[in-house]
Design a protein around this ligand. Structure first.
Ligand code: CO
Length: 212
């Protein structure tokens, strides 16, 4: 007996639909991928990366983790990033957070959830750095604002990596964007924090600056 049969049935229907609309689609895709975008998003089941931006398989390289964090020692994320930038040569990196993020909301509380507390600690740091601003907001706005601030911090973290700075140093076209998805209406908003050049970073984070 096949377990989860309904998912295999769904899969067959999905393949049929795509092949109907686009004959030979999978055969062509099997020869390689050349996505233009790297998506770094939350693992939350409500934000399927390809679907919310209307892209087909092959068009979006994806990394997802709880609360879309970019941690400098995360070999998983760094490997995805390096492969996407150096080998696939994506032109855009999109860090996409979302309102109502369980990771962000969890980080605002004092509950202990186990191992994940260590991961969520990075969001507590962002809260603490912005505590004054956040606590001046009405309570029902704080989580939304922290979701936005989290995206902005992760955009900065991506830009501080050697991978992104090396790409800019060799004049590779690469822009890093910060977006937020609203689970209440399905719409994406641009947080307008696009960075496409090392000079846009605070000086202390700039790597390989020539001293004349
Ligand atoms: Co989330």
């Amino acid at each position: 007996m096949k377990l989860l049969k309904h998912l295999f049935d769904n899969n067959r229907r999905w393949v049929e639909r795509i092949e109907q609309e686009n004959p030979g689609f999978f055969e062509r895709l099997s020869r390689g991928q050349s996505p233009q975008y790297l998506w770094i998003g939350c693992s939350d089941s409500r934000i399927p990366a390809n679907e919310v931006v209307g892209l087909l398989p092959g068009e979006l390289f994806v990394h997802r983790n709880v609360a879309n964090l970019v941690i400098h020692t995360d070999m998983n994320l760094l490997s995805v990033l390096q492969y996407a930038v150096d080998v696939l040569q994506v032109k855009h990196i999109i860090v996409c957070g979302h309102y109502g993020c369980g990771g962000v909301i969890g980080a605002m509380k004092n509950e202990s959830l186990g191992l994940i507390d260590n991961w969520l600690r990075f969001i507590k740091d962002i809260y603490q750095h912005n505590a004054e601003l956040l606590e001046a907001l009405p309570e029902d706005r704080r989580a939304d604002r922290l979701c936005e601030l989290n995206v902005i911090q992760q955009v900065a973290n991506i830009c501080h990596t050697t991978v992104v700075q090396d790409a800019w140093r060799r004049d590779q076209e690469l822009a890093v964007h910060g977006w937020i998805y609203d689970i209440r209406d399905g719409l994406l908003r641009d947080l307008d924090v696009c960075i496409s050049d090392r000079d846009q970073l605070p000086h202390i984070y700039q790597l390989g600056v020539r001293i004349d």
